[in-house]
Design a protein around this ligand. Structure first.
Ligand code: NAD
Ligand code: ZN
Ligand code: ZN
Length: 342
């Protein structure tokens, strides 16, 4: 058996095709992994549609929340062994030598390789990982549930860190999808008080179940930011925007308390207006945040292992991928979808 099954993007306008591919051989520092589960991130949908300025080279296999078992290793591999449980990630590898890699900002490395984007990902029965960067999955965890930690978890954990908020302070989580419903849980575990905003009441209910104290439906409330300022006694100290809609971004900025920070992680291919006067006078910080480092990943996994994070997810199969993407585009997914590749 030298072939594997994978969902392949051949064009940015057509459906993915589930087809047979040759099983790749691991390079010197790489490991071949038999994939068991993979989360489906909205980034995979952006990738398949070619939404962003830097597009993946066609054809490619998306997926960067894969978990599985190492079945073969390259001759330079020391960190992993056959039989280990590992994952892939968006930060598939980095150069290790540039000023960003040297200063703890490997997520900004200009030579990074991205899982399911510039290298084939986890929407298949097998995948390659770089042994130096692959997240090691702790023992005794539920492999179907841990996938969403590998992108959604680490991204919101790091994004919350860089809001520079303190325990007891308010954070706004905008967009309660795959990332957002997990963000509510990290925020609560980190001692923050949570405001959740979405355009769908069922997502807001999910946020409440996970400990959001204030919820606002941006589709039905006239002025969501004014509502948030009132209900938090002056605005949130930090905000994390995961929504895939440009309107959510200025709304989050307008919900900030003076001196507040908004951390942008959602990636709709759009722009948003920023009021210079308010940003300056209120001393606001607007920053982007992209996934997390290997250390952030280990910390994010540790929160999960300690039982503080419970992803809501539905297990589905690879041939359903085009239906899953359609539902995701419409905002119809509750939490995450996890593909079963066993
Ligand atoms: P998702 O589709 O699961 O969730 C998006 C959520 O946004 C949905 O709940 C939807 O109802 C909500 N939403 C839509 N319009 C809204 C509005 N106007 N106001 C508030 N909420 C609104 O997507 P996901 O997998 O959570 O990914 C979210 C985004 O984050 C994507 O753009 C993805 O590419 C990006 N992302 C970024 C990083 C990073 O490192 N920066 C990492 C992973 C994903
Ligand atoms: Zn992702
Ligand atoms: Zn680098």
């Amino acid at each position: 058996m030298n072939s594997m099954n994978a969902a392949v993007v051949h064009s940015f306008t057509d459906d993915l095709v589930v087809e047979e591919l040759p099983i790749p051989a691991p390079g010197p520092f790489e490991a071949l992994v038999k994939v068991q589960f993979s989360g489906v991130c909205h980034t995979d949908l952006h990738a398949a549609h070619g939404d962003w300025p830097v597009k993946p080279t066609l054809p490619f296999v998306p997926g960067h929340e894969g978990v599985g078992t190492v079945v073969e290793i390259g001759d330079q591999v020391t960190r992993l062994a056959v039989g280990d449980t590992v994952g892939n990630a968006w930060l598939w590898s980095a150069c290790g030598e540039c000023e960003y890699c040297q200063t703890g900002w490997e997520t900004l490395c200009p030579d990074q390789v991205n899982g399911g984007y510039s290298v084939n990902g986890s929407f298949g029965t097998h995948m390659l990982v770089d042994s130096r960067y692959a997240p090691i999955i702790p023992e005794h965890v539920d492999l179907s549930a841990v996938g969403p930690i590998l992108c959604a978890g680490v991204t919101v954990y790091k994004g919350l860190k860089v809001t520079d908020t303190q325990p007891g302070q308010w954070v706004l989580i905008s967009g309660i999808g795959g990332l957002g419903h997990i963000a509510v849980q990290y925020a609560v575990a980190m001692g923050r008080r949570v405001v959740a905003i979405d355009v769908d009441d069922s997502k807001l209910e999910l946020a409440e179940q996970h400990g959001a104290e204030v919820t606002v439906n941006a589709a039905t409330v006239d002025n969501p930011a004014a509502e948030i300022l009132e209900r938090t006694g002056g605005g949130v100290h930090g905000a994390l925007v995961t929504a895939v809609n440009a309107h959510a971004f200025p709304q989050a900025v307008a919900s900030l308390r003076r001196g507040g920070t908004v951390s942008l992680v959602g990636l709709p291919p759009e722009e948003f207006p920023l009021d210079i006067f308010t940003t300056v006078l209120f001393g606001l910080t607007i920053r982007g945040s992209i996934v997390g480092t290997r250390k952030d990943m280990a910390e994010a996994l540790d929160f999960y292992v300690r039982g503080l994070i419970h992803p809501t997810y539905t297990v589905r199969t690879l041939p359903e991928i085009n239906d899953i993407f359609t539902e995701m585009g419409k905002g119809d997914i509750n939490g995450r979808v996890v593909l079963d590749l066993n």
